[in-house]
Design a protein around this ligand. Sequence first.
Ligand SMILES: [Zn+2]
Length: 140
Amino acid sequence: MIFLRRKRKNKTARIQINWKITLDCLNLILECAKSNYPNEFGGLLRVDSNKKNTITEIVILPGTISGDSHAIFKLHMLPIDFTIVGSVHSHPSPSNHPSNADLQLFRKIGKVHIIAAIPYNKYSWKAYDYNGREIEMKIV
Ligand SMILES: [Zn+2]
């Protein structure tokens, strides 16, 4: 008797969510970043309730302060909402790399984080995981 078995995919591969963002949502992020410049803008990322890997909305917390240093997220205002998967904020500089404060925030809330930098176009933003590792995000 011959047992046929499909070849297993690389078992050591980490389970990686293929994050996606809608073009509308990305454009809104870039617009908010532009209109808040030279201040930072900050918000939360919300996914579609059916397609849970697709970011469709940004949520601005009541009382979110955007200052010229870093957008401050009022974490106690965070709603209990499992469609919120992470954060987004803008940098009033050409660097879209997370600062130490950003990394602390990333570890506290969510799985995916976006930073938009000057000039706030489709090339000047990046997505990161909770550890600050760059991740790929497809625009849909
Ligand atoms: Zn930052």
